[in-house]
Write a protein that binds this ligand. Structure first.
Ligand code: ADP
Ligand code: MG
Length: 642
């Protein structure tokens, strides 16, 4: 090792620096959380040692006395947080403390708004806990030794939080880590033992390892020698989830959440359950208020549920405990039936885990149902943050499809307002006489959905249509064939049969005479078909339109045009769709077209008709320039006519 004697100086990555500055400023009003963060790290380190000891006999003797010790020295102006947990090797110190190891942190920095209040709230989510030490300290030293390494393999890391840090090899008699903070002049209040105790009680009471502090020395009796003070346990050290619900206050639930799930904000809701019977397990599951920035990042496989076995921490992000569409759920699962040395591989195909997962999913779904019913505003908050995740459910969780669909909310033509959502149950409750289907349309924006020509006949008959404009909607609907026995129908696809469904507004009798006859329609359709050739798969008289001249209709199995567009942009090969062109023969434009004797002009106009219908449906034209050219010709033709 090169730096066995000389301290080695290292500079921070630029991002670390940026992060430190931000942290110091933004945590100004909440400085005390540095202790929570350091205790949480110490506790994680003890958890890791305990877990490693399961498979490494050499470490077994150490795990019995795992604990965290906190002391302050008012004279020296230091606070020390020590643990006898797993410790770190030199490489680990460099990787974990000196660099931005976690991929999320970089993204986090990019996502900052510059508004310190908002940014400060985000800090808690990103596991940047260790650096919070610099909020109160102008120098931080870390002395550590990896459990299992020799005493001579200790490492001393030190930094002023400005430019970089030094590393030095040291002797350390015990494995574990000491973090020594040189407290800033304006933070001296934290040196008070009373203050430290109250912070520990507030944030870290449930930490399962004892947190020890030096007690008061008992007053010396006459003639006796002064007894020295002794270490005493400050925290309750009982796993919060192991207590019964009635004994836990809301504040305790919230604090536990912030500590264990690394969130800065209170949770939106939680559900705490003990299951007894053939299998025994406890779950404490939380809904966060805000979605993490990478929730919809396909690469992101993180999960928020930690697995414990008989109160011993086993693993983070236990992805088998929750389906992917509930990846935002955080909290803990504690099983009494799994072996302590359970590995991720074992979890892959495990009956116990399957049962726990099924039970947890039910709990989450019924909690959501309860919120939706009793606290619609809170539910709306949830839906805005996590609704898109739930929409992944039909493709992933067949068994709970119906129950999840109950939680869906969509905009609809009923209010026609963005943000004004309806549930499927509401939709069904006001279906019109003769209606047995749930009508919807997908588009790439709310505007596009609500202006679609496909809605005309539905508006006319006062039939409600769900306006879906999330990217996942089209995909979701391909898995969600029906709800409550009613099938879903995309109003932009396939033949539409609304005979006997709803009641149309009274027909405008005065136009009845002008309406083209069936024969006239037939000949127009035939002429259009010939003229458009293979640009469409069919031309037919529309049952959908009341005011637009024409629209395109896709096959029932075809992907919506805006989605096809998206897939093409992402480099996917898409067979080019030949839509059906539906016309509204009574429309003045079609009346004019029908009268056009010149075949070439007719051809141009009919292409224009098809192109504008494609555009209205969210498609893109293969030949935009041709469209513009024909459009301009038409303007000129108007001029000629006048
Ligand atoms: P997080 O705890 O979210 O991982 P931190 O910034 O708090 O982020 O800590 C960074 C990393 O430094 C930890 O993941 C851990 O690997 C290491 N670390 C911090 N404190 C300790 C400690 N007391 N013992 C062992 N490792 C630690
Ligand atoms: Mg931490």
């Amino acid at each position: 090792m090169t730096a066995a004697t000389e301290p080695q100086s290292m500079t921070f990555e630029a991002e670390v620096n940026q992060l430190l500055q931000l942290m110091i400023h933004s945590l100004y009003s909440n400085q005390e959380i540095f202790l929570r963060e350091l205790i949480s790290n110490a506790s994680d380190a003890c958890d890791k040692l305990r877990f490693e000891a399961l498979s490494n006999g050499d470490l077994q003797s150490q795990q019995a006395a795992l604990r965290i010790t906190i002391s302050s020295d008012e004279e020296a102006g230091t606070i020390t947080v020590s643990d006898n947990g797993i410790g770190m090797s030199r490489e680990e110190v460099v990787a974990n403390i000196g660099t931005i190891a976690k991929s999320g942190t970089r993204n986090f920095l990019e996502s900052l708004t510059g508004d310190q209040k908002t940014d400060a709230q985000m800090i808690g989510q990103f596991g940047v806990g260790f650096y919070s030490a610099f909020v109160v300290a102008d120098k931080v030293s870390l002395r550590t030794r990896r459990a299992g390494d020799a005493a001579a393999d200790g490492v001393h890391w030190e930094s002023d939080g400005a430019s970089g840090y030094t590393l030095e090899a040291i002797e350390k008699s015990e494995p574990g880590t000491d973090v020594i903070l040189s407290i800033k002049d304006d933070c001296k209040e934290f040196l008070s033992s009373w203050k430290l105790r109250s912070i520990i009680k507030k944030y870290s009471d449930h930490i399962t390892f004892p947190i020890m502090m030096m007690g008061e020395a008992p007053p010396a009796e006459e003639g006796e020698e002064q007894k020295s003070a002794e270490l005493e346990q400050v925290n309750a050290a009982s796993a919060l989830w192991a207590r019964s619900k009635s004994e836990v206050t809301d504040d305790e639930y919230k604090e536990f959440y912030k500590q264990v799930c690394h969130d800065y904000e209170d949770p939106l809701a939680w559900t705490h359950n003990r299951v007894e019977g053939t299998q025994e397990y406890t779950t404490l599951l939380y809904l966060p208020k805000k979605a993490p920035f990478d929730l919809y990042d396909a690469q992101q496989q993180r999960q928020g549920v930690k697995l414990f076995v008989q109160r011993v921490f086993i693993m983070d992000e236990a992805e088998k405990l929750m389906p992917r569409y509930l990846r935002f759920v955080k909290g803990i699962v504690d099983s009494s039936d799994l072996p302590l040395n359970v590995s991720r591989e074992i979890l892959q195909d495990n009956k116990i885990i399957d049962t726990i997962r099924a039970g947890s999913v039910k709990k989450i779904l019924s909690m959501l149902e309860g919120i939706a019913e009793k606290e619609p505003e809170k539910y709306a908050e949830f839906w805005t943050e996590f609704g898109r995740c739930l929409k992944e459910a039909p493709g992933e969780d067949f068994a709970n499809k119906e129950q999840v669909a109950k939680l869906y909310r969509f905009e609809s033509t009923e209010t026609g307002k963005l943000g004004d959502m309806v549930s499927l149950d509401q939709y069904i409750s006001r279906m019109k006489p003769g209606q047995d289907k749930i009508y919807y349309i997908t588009a790439d924006s709310f505007q596009a959905a609500s202006n679609s020509p496909h809605l005309e006949i539905f508006r006319d008959k006062s039939l409600e249509v769900l306006l879906m404009h999330d990217r996942v909607d089209e995909w979701m609907m391909s898995y969600l064939a029906e709800y409550d026995g009613k099938s879903f129908v995309s109003i932009a696809k396939g033949e539409l049969d609304l005979d006997g469904v709803g009641t149309a507004k009274a027909d405008d009798d005065k136009n009845e005479a002008d309406k083209p006859t069936d024969e006239e329609n037939e000949s127009l359709v035939k002429r259009l078909k010939e003229s458009l050739g293979d640009k469409t798969s069919e031309v037919r008289v529309s049952k959908r339109l009341t005011t637009s001249p024409a629209c395109v209709v896709l096959g029932e199995q075809e992907m919506a045009l805006h989605m096809q567009q998206l897939m093409k942009q992402m480099g996917q090969e898409m067979p080019s769709t030949k839509p059906v062109l539906e016309i509204n023969p009574g429309h003045p434009i079609l009346r004019l077209l029908d009268k056009e004797p010149d075949d070439e002009k007719f051809g141009n106009w009919s292409e224009l008709l098809l192109d504008q219908a494609m555009l209205a449906d969210g498609g893109q034209l293969d030949d935009g320039a041709g469209f513009v050219k024909r459009m301009n010709e038409m303007f000129l033709a108007l001029h000629e006519d006048s």
